[in-house]
Design a protein around this ligand. Structure first.
Ligand SMILES: Cc1cc2nc3c(=O)[nH]c(=O)nc-3n(C[C@H](O)[C@H](O)[C@H](O)COP(=O)(O)O)c2cc1C
Length: 396
C-alpha cells in the first residue's frame, strides 16, 4: 500500500514514545521506507537500537554527525514524502511554531516543505497551557495537520486530555495523506479566499464575515495533492506555497488575471463584494450636521463570470473553473441559476444562515453542482475534509 513512499517519523521526549515502535512496524508492513529522527530526549524513552531494527534504517539524532556535503537536516527533509512527529512534546511543538531549529528534528521541521502531521501527547495541564495552545494554532494556520490527543488516564497519574491519539488514527491519517499526494501533480491550482475589503475612506471599509478558512483548507489540500498552489487572499496566512495578499475585488481580479494563462484549475472561494464605494474619500469623512450619510456604491466586476467568459472567448479547454456561492435562503435554486449564468464547471454552495457551518466556522456542509447537472451533497465535516473531497471530485 505504501511502497515507494518515504515516511520520516520524528520522535520526541514523551512517555508515549514507546508506542511509536508499533507504528513503525505497521508502516513497514505496508511497504513504506521509514526513516526515524529522534530528539536527544526521546532516547530516554526508547532506544536507538530498537528503532533501527524496526525501521531497518539508520536512526538520526545528532545534528552535527554530518556524513556528506549535504547535511542531514536538509537531505532527510528533501527525501521524505511526509513527516510525522509522534509523540510531539509541548517543547518541540512550541519550538517548531516559533521557527526554533536547535536540534536535528526541529531543523528538519524548519526545512520541511511537504505534508506534516503532528500527534501531540502530554499532561493535560501542559495541553491546556495557553502558550502551547497558541503554538498549536500557529502550526494549524500553516497547514500542518494536528491529530488531537485523546482523553483518559495519563501516565503522569492525571485524568484528562493528553494521551497520544490511537495508533490506527495516526496510521490512517498518514495513509490518506500519501494516497492523494500526487493526484494534482503537475497542475497549477489558483485559489481565492477571504472577504474583499472595499475602502470608504482611509479608516473605514465595507467587507463581510468570510474568514478565508475554506480557501486556505483547499490550498493546503491542493498542495498536499502535489499541485503548484497560488493562494490569492485578503487574510494573513503562512504556507510553503505562493500567497498573494490582496484587499479589494479589483485587486483580486488583477491578481487572477496575472495567473489565468498558466493555471489549470481556478477555485473562487473568496467572498467578493458585489459593490464598492464609487469614490474613496482621500481624507477621513467628518461627522457632519446631517443625521444621514449617503454612500454611492458601484457594481464590482463579476470575477467568476469574467474568468469563464475569458476561457470561452479564447476557446480554451483550461483552466477548470470552480465557483462558490454563499446563500442565506433557497440554496439549491439560487445555486442552479448561478452555475448556468456564470458558466463555471462546478459550483459549491453553502448555507451561511447557519452558525455551525460556513463563514468563520471550522466546519462546513456543502452542495456541489457540476456542469452536467449532477448534485453532490457533502455532509457536515471539518473544512479540511470538505476541501479534500471537493479536490478529489474535481481532480477526476
Ligand atoms: C518521565 C517523563 C515523561 C515526560 N512525558 C512528556 C510528555 O508526554 N509530553 C511532553 O510534552 N513532555 C514530557 N516530558 C517533558 C519533556 O521530556 C521535556 O519537556 C523535554 O524538554 C522535551 O524535549 P524534546 O521536545 O526535545 O524531546 C516528560 C518528562 C519526563 C521526565
Amino acid at each position: 500500500m505504501l511502497s515507494g513512499k518515504t515516511i520520516l517519523i520524528g520522535i520526541t521526549g514523551g512517555i508515549a514514545a514507546y508506542k511509536i515502535c508499533e507504528l513503525i512496524r505497521k508502516f513497514k508492513k505496508s511497504g513504506a521506507n521509514v526513516k526515524v529522527v529522534c530528539t536527544p530526549n526521546a532516547l530516554n524513552f526508547v532506544t536507538k537500537l530498537t528503532l533501527q531494527n524496526l525501521s531497518q534504517n539508520e536512526v538520526y539524532v545528532e545534528e552535527f554527525d554530518v556524513k556528506s556535503w549535504k547535511p542531514e537536516h536538509i537531505s532527510l527533509a528533501d527525501e521524505a514524502d511526509i513527516m510525522l512527529i509522534a509523540p510531539a512534546t509541548a517543547n518541540t511543538i512550541s519550538k517548531i511554531a516559533q521557527g526554533i531549529a536547535d536540534n536535528l528534528l526541529t531543523s528538519i521541521a524548519c526545512a520541511f516543505r511537504k505534508k506534516m502531521i503532528i500527534a501531540p501527547a502530554m499532561n493535560c495541564n501542559m495541553w491546556n497551557n495557553a502558550a502551547v495552545q497558541k503554538n498549536l494554532s500557529i502550526l494549524k494556520s500553516r497547514g500542518i495537520e494536528i491529530l488531537e490527543p485523546d482523553s483518559g488516564f495519563l501516565a503522569c497519574g492525571y485524568l484528562g486530555k493528553g494521551r497520544l491519539c490511537r495508533l490506527d488514527k495516526i496510521f490512517d491519517a498518514v495513509v490518506e495523506a500519501l494516497k492523494c499526494s500526487d493526484k494534482l501533480k503537475g497542475k497549477k491550482v489558483v485559489i481565492t479566499s477571504g472577504g474583499t475589503i472595499e475602502d470608504i475612506d482611509p479608516v473605514r471599509y465595507i467587507s463581510n464575515y468570510s474568514s478565508g478558512k475554506m480557501g486556505f483548507a483547499l490550498a493546503n489540500n491542493a498542495a498536499d495533492m502535489g499541485a503548484e498552489v497560488v493562494l490569492i487572499t485578503t487574510k494573513d496566512f503562512e504556507a510553503p506555497y505562493k500567497i498573494v495578499k490582496v484587499k479589494s475585488a479589483l485587486d483580486m481580479q488583477s491578481a487572477l488575471d496575472n495567473e489565468f494563462d498558466t493555471s489549470d484549475i481556478i477555485i473562487m472561494a473568496a467572498a467578493v463584494a458585489d459593490y464598492r464605494v464609487k469614490e474613496m474619500c482621500a481624507q477621513k469623512i467628518k461627522k457632519g450636521e446631517s443625521d444621514v450619510l449617503t454612500l454611492e456604491l458601484v457594481k464590482n466586476p463579476d470575477i467568476l463570470a469574467g474568468l469563464c467568459e475569458r476561457r470561452a472567448h479564447n476557446s480554451l479547454d483550461k483552466p477548470l473553473i470552480v465557483g462558490f456561492c454563499a446563500e442565506t435562503e433557497n440554496l439549491l435554486q439560487n445555486a442552479k441559476e448561478k452555475i448556468n449564468k456564470k458558466g463555471c464547471d462546478f459550483l459549491v454552495a453553502n448555507d451561511i444562515s447557519r452558525s455551525d457551518i460556513g463563514f468563520s466556522s471550522d466546519d462546513n456542509e456543502v452542495t456541489i453542482l457540476d456542469y452536467s447537472g449532477a448534485i453532490i451533497k457533502l455532509d457536515k465535516a471539518p473544512k479540511r475534509v470538505i476541501a479534500r473531497k471537493i479536490l478529489e471530485l474535481i481532480s477526476k
